[in-house]
Ligand binder design. Structure first.
Ligand SMILES: Nc1ncnc2c1ncn2[C@@H]1O[C@H](COP(=O)(O)OP(=O)(O)OP(=O)(O)O)[C@@H](O)[C@H]1O
Ligand SMILES: [Mg+2]
Length: 308
């Protein structure tokens, strides 16, 4: 990551003027943001992202869900891939969108057919998902029986290769363990974002996760860490503040300026779907839009958008 200072703001909070598009103020785009979105749309291949950490319950699937919701609002073409047999991201997005076209095959059937096209459920004209599938729990055994050890890691990379041309962004949501699921997502990805809770256990797991990512470069040398998104479970808690500081000291600019804070609204969204008109909706959405904006800014630095 460069030393370039990244701004800690949502779409409309910039000094930059906004473009009036008749939408709610939080969805009004600045010229800079519109520019970043146009760069993401430009290439004829998707950027592939995994949102992951070895710590469970730190808001990985929630962040993926919010990224999908924001991308849909911004008109980006996105494919979510739920690589968790527990189907957590699948359950969340199905609360926000009613599929317009259901997949013919499950994820595991697609893997066995070596073709995921028929495993895609279309949620809107821009947003699609390969739904999580309990049968994925047999993936490890299936791979062992059918592939050589190293080929096991390249299964997703191979399967999404032909899908990339149809999307701006492909996002994997996966399990918090060192299993074949995580290996496959990492090997298939260009970038990783790691949500991390500001407390001891998660700090230790994040250190391990970063060394794991370095070791995975032997299978995917184009992999880059886009950053660590801090998650504060208690706002005024001194442990949270201490560990946020430790993340910044250890990982420097890799740590996002924008942070996620615990919010009762997010818990309701998880069960009832995302809303925009209830108390704290706008404030909470702005927090995630801030993270998404910084994601695009970081991407623009690493992808050298504007320098090409
Ligand atoms: N910002 C937040 N504020 C409050 N609750 C949150 C927030 N983010 C996530 N949660 C809640 O924390 C719980 C775990 O979130 P989530 O499922 O996103 O975590 P995860 O890291 O994907 O978990 P797993 O490791 O099991 O896949 C959920 O109940 C979710 O609603
Ligand atoms: Mg999850």
């Amino acid at each position: 990551m460069t030393n370039e200072k990244l701004t800690n703001v949502a779409l409309t909070d910039r000094n930059d003027s906004t473009i009036s598009n008749g939408k709610k103020p939080i969805w009004e785009l600045t010229y800079k943001m519109e520019n970043l979105i146009s760069y993401l749309k430009k290439p004829d291949t998707a950027i592939v992202l995994t949102i992951s950490n070895f710590k469970g319950g730190v808001g990985k699937s929630t962040l993926t869900n919010l990224f999908a919701y924001i991308c849909e609002e911004l008109g980006l073409k996105v494919l979510l891939i739920d690589s968790d047999p527990q189907r957590s991201i699948t359950k969340k997005v199905l609360k926000n969108f009613n599929p317009i076209k259901k997949a013919k095959n499950t994820f595991m059937q697609g893997i066995k057919k070596n073709d995921l096209h028929d495993s895609i459920t279309q949620l809107t004209s821009n947003l699609s998902i390969i739904e999580g599938d309990w049968e994925l729990s047999t993936l490890e055994r299936y791979s062992r029986d059918n592939f050589k050890i190293e080929a096991e890691y390249y299964l997703y990379a191979y399967l999404i290769d032909d899908l990339k041309k149809d999307y701006d962004l492909i996002i994997f949501d996966t399990v918090p363990t060192t299993t074949i699921f995580t290996h496959n997502c990492i090997v298939a990805s260009d970038y990783v974002i790691s949500p991390a809770q500001a407390e001891e256990e998660c700090y230790d797991n994040t250190l391990n996760f970063m060394s794991y990512l370095s070791s995975m470069k032997q299978y995917n040398d184009k992999l880059d860490i886009l950053g660590i998104v801090p998650y504060l479970s208690e706002l005024d808690n001194s442990t949270n503040i201490k560990y946020l500081q430790m993340y910044r000291e250890t990982f420097g600019d890799l740590v996002f300026e924008n942070i996620i804070k615990r919010s009762a609204r997010v818990m309701t969204w998880g069960t009832d779907g995302i809303t925009e008109n209830k108390g704290y909706d706008q404030k909470t959405l702005s927090m995630y839009i801030g993270v998404f904006t910084e994601f695009l800014e970081r991407l623009s630095v690493l992808e050298k958008w504007g320098n090409k």
